[in-house]
Design a protein around this ligand. Structure first.
Ligand SMILES: Nc1nc2c(ncn2[C@@H]2O[C@H](COP(=O)(O)OP(=O)(O)OP(=O)(O)O)[C@@H](O)[C@H]2O)c(=O)[nH]1
Ligand SMILES: [Mg+2]
Length: 153
């Protein structure tokens, strides 16, 4: 059970899956560190949901920045794994899933880019899979609320 009334959520996933776009839909106040459109350090944003402050940290997807996932995941309460549904689960996603299960982190999966491919995502996970179109905001807030419910339960 979670005691603090502030929540930290980390947005994980492979290169170009839509993590930064997802965070931009959730948070009004935000910052990002990118070069040529790819995250090189982190995204950060916060918002109030049902009267509680929720902090979001977006990670880089490129494997050369994978050490940032560990740094940004310190003290997390929950995670969102953003998968590009037109590509499916990548080796980066597999590695992230392994860690989430190992450390029993509450998480949801966003099967993003439903506009490109709306087939069911094939994934070895019991976590809720939420279809999203990040650039249009579709499914995003429902997915975040689902995650917050899991964190509180
Ligand atoms: N068609 C489509 N494109 C999307 C969607 N969400 C994001 N994109 C596009 O996918 C590209 C990558 O989006 P980002 O949000 O930068 O992805 P990212 O996961 O942060 O990428 P890295 O930080 O490089 O790992 C951009 O061109 C987005 O506009 C979606 O739902 N549908
Ligand atoms: Mg990014």
């Amino acid at each position: 059970m979670k005691l603090s009334n502030e929540t930290k959520i980390v947005v994980l996933g492979a290169y170009n899956s839509g993590k930064t776009t997802t965070l931009e839909q959730i948070c009004y106040n935000r910052a990002k560190v990118e070069y040529n459109g790819t995250t090189t350090a982190l995204d950060y944003g916060s918002t109030m949901i049902n009267g509680e402050k929720v902090h979001f940290f977006g990670t880089p997807g490129q494997e050369r920045f994978r050490f940032m996932r560990r740094i940004l995941s310190e003290g997390l309460d929950g995670a969102i794994l953003v998968v590009d549904n037109s590509k499916g689960i990548t080796s980066t996603d597999q590695e992230i899933l392994g860690r989430l299960k190992e450390f029993k982190v509450p998480y949801v999966v966003f099967s993003n880019k439903q506009d490109l491919n709306s087939n069911n995502l094939e994934i070895d996970s019991d976590a809720p899979v939420i279809p999203t179109i990040a650039q249009d905001g579709e499914g995003i807030l429902d997915g975040v609320e689902t995650l917050l419910e899991i964190i509180k339960s």
